[in-house]
Design a protein around this ligand. Structure first.
Ligand code: PMP
Length: 448
């Protein structure tokens, strides 16, 4: 009866506003890397609610921490101190380099980026904010202003107090798709130097300088960058570029903000934080998604000096720092360590990248495979020579075919041309083999 009730509700066109799947998917239950729909069909989750369910659906340790705290204290508002917030702040601060030791808790990534933007402007007294094309930083009016992707923007709303300058497309390369000026590359695959090509780096640096020097007020408040772009299609910058970008921004008085909403909490495998791979220490780090395994939470971590600029009392947020959220977030950090999930991200991620590269060599419509750890993008093209994005209809067919075979993947990219793989970090090599088999078959069928 309950199932019938759920199905009836599912038919209501008002609550059925799901634009992601052509055929609606109604999920009912999850456990670790698996999800079940209301008909009892099981799916391997390669997307984890957009890189959010970091340690696994309903992970027993995290569930236990949540239940324990729910039986003790639900809410205080951030005007009172409580043990979970205290414990979590200490734990989180110990995992970030000096001088990043001041923590603010929010409920989402958008709120975290809003606060970071406010801090950047108040601290520097400047107005202009620099972001990258293909970057996604949230959906609140401030954060939407930082987001460059047209599909997520309402310009009429983002005009409110927001000035965002864009950088060139760092994915398709400054030379119309090639990463290297001198190399007569025919395909992305044949370009060996990406993403470490120093020529590409120099070109991007030059373009960034131009953007910085021609910004409206020429007084830079902040520079927002994801260490690897997520929604933009798992885009990696040329090696050394971000470090140079930080230097240029700071030279002009701005602060540097690392948006770790997708890259944080061990997902990239090599470190807990994506910025580490770029050999930089940001002034502000923003976090959300994987922070609490799907429970609403966000955070920013900054320096004492930047935090001191917010002089008008403490940052008030009714739900930010909620005791249940903090207990969950603490147990997520413990679980990442105890279950070796960062290492697992590195191992299974490397395996997936290697095997996906073999699929890329086999199929003409896979243009590029890239990423780090369990943050992987598979760029689909019409063919490897033209490198034109695979049309949306064909992307959807592959996507739906995977779903019908029990595999949930993500889509993204500036042209909607990238499949995104960001599973719970507990995924195994056997799961990866299943995913590769299904994905390969879906592509094969598409090409027939
Ligand atoms: N930054 C990045 C890099 C994101 O991917 C997202 C969400 N997709 C956000 C910020 C915004 O987070 P939220 O949806 O929790 O507001």
């Amino acid at each position: 009866e309950r199932m019938l009730e759920i199905r009836k509700r599912n038919c209501n066109p008002i609550i059925m506003r799901n634009t992601y799947y052509k055929k609606h998917l109604h999920l009912h239950q999850g456990y670790m890397q698996w999800l079940w729909d209301i008909n009892g069909r099981r799916y391997l989750d390669l997307f984890s609610g957009v890189a959010t369910v970091s340690v696994g659906h309903c992970h027993p340790k995290v569930n236990a921490a949540a239940q324990k705290q729910m039986g003790r204290l639900w809410h205080t508002t951030n005007i009172y101190m409580h043990s979970p917030i205290h414990e979590y702040a200490e734990k989180l601060a110990s995992l970030l380099p000096d001088p990043l030791k001041v923590i603010y808790l929010t409920n989402s990534g958008s709120e975290a980026n809003d606060l970071a933007m406010l801090m950047a402007r108040v601290y520097t007294g400047n107005f202009d904010v620099i972001t990258f094309r293909g970057g996604y930083h949230g959906a609140s009016p401030y954060a939407m202003g930082l987001t460059s992707m047209a599909a997520y923007k309402y310009p009429i709303a983002t005009g409110i107090g927001c000035h965002t300058t864009m950088c060139p497309d760092v994915f398709r390369g400054p030379w119309g798709g090639s990463h290297c000026r001198d190399s007569p590359v025919q395909t992305i695959r044949e370009c060996n130097c990406s993403p470490d090509c120093c020529q590409a780096k120099d070109m991007y640096v030059q373009q960034l300088k131009e953007v910085l020097d021609t910004s409206v007020s020429q007084q830079i408040a902040g520079f927002f960058a994801e260490p690897i772009q997520g929604i933009g299609g798992v885009v990696q910058y040329p090696k050394g570029f971000l470090k140079e970008a930080y230097r240029l921004v700071r030279e002009r008085g701005g602060v540097c903000i690392a948006d770790e909403v997708q890259t944080g909490f061990g997902r990239t495998g090599s470190d807990l934080w994506g910025f580490k791979a770029h050999d930089v220490v940001p002034d502000i780090v923003t976090m959300a998604k994987g922070i609490a395994n799907g429970f609403p939470m966000g955070a920013i971590v900054t320096t004492q000096e930047v935090a001191n600029a917010l002089t008008r009392g403490s940052h008030f947020n009714t739900f930010g720092g909620n005791p249940v959220a903090c207990s969950i977030a603490s147990s997520v950090l413990d679980t990442i360590e105890e279950d070796g999930l960062q290492q697992n991200s590195a191992q299974v991620g490397t395996y997936l990248l290697t095997e996906l590269a073999k699929l890329r060599d086999k199929f003409d419509i896979i243009g590029d495979v890239r990423g780090k750890g369990l943050l992987i993008g598979v760029e689909m093209v019409k063919d490897k020579v033209s490198r034109e994005p695979l049309p949306g209809v064909e992307m959807n067919e592959i996507f739906e075919d995977c779903k019908d075979m029990g595999l949930l993947i993500g889509k993204g990219g500036v042209y909607g041309q990238t499949f995104r793989i960001k599973p719970p970090m507990c995924i195994t090599k056997d799961d990866a083999d299943f995913a590769l088999a299904v994905f390969g078959l879906a592509i094969q069928r598409q090409m027939e």
